[in-house]
Design a protein around this ligand. Structure first.
Ligand SMILES: [Zn+2]
Length: 68
């Protein structure tokens, strides 16, 4: 899933259920590999975010999947 970067910590992702675009914030301070489930603000389905920061900082790679 490609992401667009506006601020360094903001990532534009598409909900895997309704395809709405959502801004999410991820910080390298929270770990170089993060998995978190957040409900979509539009359709309320649980989205699994898999976030990896290469080298512990900078731009993350963000993957979205259905958490169910
Ligand atoms: Zn949604």
């Amino acid at each position: 899933m490609p992401t667009v970067n506006e601020k360094e910590s903001d990532y534009l992702v598409s909900c895997p259920y309704c395809w709405e675009q959502i801004w999410m914030e991820f910080f390298p301070e929270d770990g170089s590999h993060q998995e978190t489930v957040v409900d979509c603000e539009v359709c309320c389905n649980p989205i699994l975010y898999t976030v990896s920061f290469a080298g512990g900082g900078g731009q993350a790679r963000v993957r979205v999947d259905k958490a169910q």
